[in-house]
Ligand binder design. Structure first.
Ligand SMILES: NC(=O)c1ccc[n+]([C@@H]2O[C@H](COP(=O)([O-])OP(=O)(O)OC[C@H]3O[C@@H](n4cnc5c(N)ncnc54)[C@H](OP(=O)(O)O)[C@@H]3O)[C@@H](O)[C@H]2O)c1
Length: 322
């Protein structure tokens, strides 16, 4: 089958290990199903894999891609939950399974004609969502959903700062947070992206690092080192940073004095459970919210999407179709 794979790691030139071509078809064990992929979306995770972050060389070559929507063997339209884990080991939430993985870490991912997944990882695709829209949800939107509605502890009507407005998770935070009744403020390095964040539903936008009109209840972080100091200063006493990623680097000064004196919380968040993906699908149906798609490309042009992500030249999700 046709697939997009990582064949080697290169920390400085991630595209060097990207290969498009033939890959063996999946042969599913008992309890797993094969999905014919109709649409798959790109995440920064795929770039990290090509850089060799979060994966060891003995897994190569591996098909990239965490997210997919497609058709299962019985002809049903499905959305694929990317977290391969056992909820029984971790209080009913597979994201806490110490052995959990995401598609494309241990098992082949979704940038292929077919992908195999455990049966419980398939959810019915709502008819109201296109395959392209549904394929944006299982990683970036699910992560944003858990950050906002699980890990933040916030009630609707809170003020939230989203750092780095253009990213896949950041755009998801803006649209989901706004639909849930939060006041969303966003930063971006780019004026054009600030404008687009306003169109998407942000109440106010600011250049990265700038002073805010007042302190916020929570900051949603995906950028990391480049925005960390600003995030700490943006919070009201007792406020909370929810962090799911560190695109610009993972070791900023911790500024522990500020953390304890202002009684701040720093809370990590990763992906979401199957139940949360189910509720996210319903949230989209109920509110009419749809993922923000930057561009849709045939899978055969995947390299263009990767290049745009590496350049930070995106506003929303890149979707590959088959
Ligand atoms: N833990 C999880 O489960 C989970 C799930 C999804 C993603 N993540 C992580 O979250 C991060 C974002 O993922 P994504 O898919 O949304 O990535 P993305 O689409 O590539 O997001 C990148 C965004 O980061 C912002 N940014 C700000 N300063 C930056 C700098 N100095 N260098 C690079 N980027 C900068 C940019 O916003 P502006 O240009 O607007 O400033 C850019 O649009 C990644 O690190 C990813 O691995 C984690």
């Amino acid at each position: 089958m046709f697939a997009v794979t990582a064949t080697r790691f290169d920390a400085d030139d991630p595209l060097a290990g990207l290969e498009l071509g033939e890959h063996p078809d999946p042969s599913p064990p008992d309890g797993w199903e094969v999905v014919a992929v109709r649409a798959a979306s790109l995440n920064h995770h795929d770039v990290w894999t090509l850089r060799g972050v979060g994966i060891s060389a003995d897994r190569l070559p591996i098909v990239l891609g965490c997210d997919a929507a497609g058709v299962d063997a019985a002809g049903r339209d499905v959305v694929v939950h990317s977290v391969i884990g056992d909820p029984a080991t971790s209080g009913g939430d597979e994201t806490f399974d110490p052995k959990r993985s995401l598609l494309s870490e241990r098992y082949d991912g979704t940038f292929a004609e077919r992908v195999m997944v455990p049966r419980r990882n398939l959810l019915p695709k709502p008819a109201a969502l296109s395959f392209e829209e549904a394929a944006c949800l299982p990683t970036a939107y699910l992560t944003a959903y858990r950050m906002l509605f699980g890990r933040s502890g916030l009630e609707p009507g809170s003020t939230i700062l989203v750092q780095g407005a253009g990213g896949g998770v950041a755009t998801a935070l803006i649209v989901l947070g706004r639909a849930a009744g939060h006041r969303i403020w966003a930063t971006s390095r780019s004026e054009a992206k600030q404008e687009r964040a306003l169109e998407l539903g942000a109440d106010q936008v600011f250049p990265a690092g700038s002073r805010l009109p007042e302190r916020v209840d929570a900051v949603m972080e995906t950028v990391g080192q480049a925005t960390w100091a600003h995030s700490l200063r943006a919070l009201r006493p007792g406020g909370r940073i929810v962090i799911c990623g560190a695109t610009s680097g993972a070791v900023p000064p911790a500024e522990l004095n500020r953390v304890f004196f202002q009684q701040l919380s720093v809370v990590g968040s990763t992906m979401g459970s199957r139940g949360q993906l189910d509720r996210l699908l319903r949230f989209c149906e109920q509110t009419g919210v749809r993922p923000r798609i930057d561009r849709t490309l045939p899978l055969s042009q995947a390299a263009n999407g990767f290049a745009a992500m590496i350049a930070g030249d995106l506003f929303g999700k890149v979707v590959f179709t088959l």
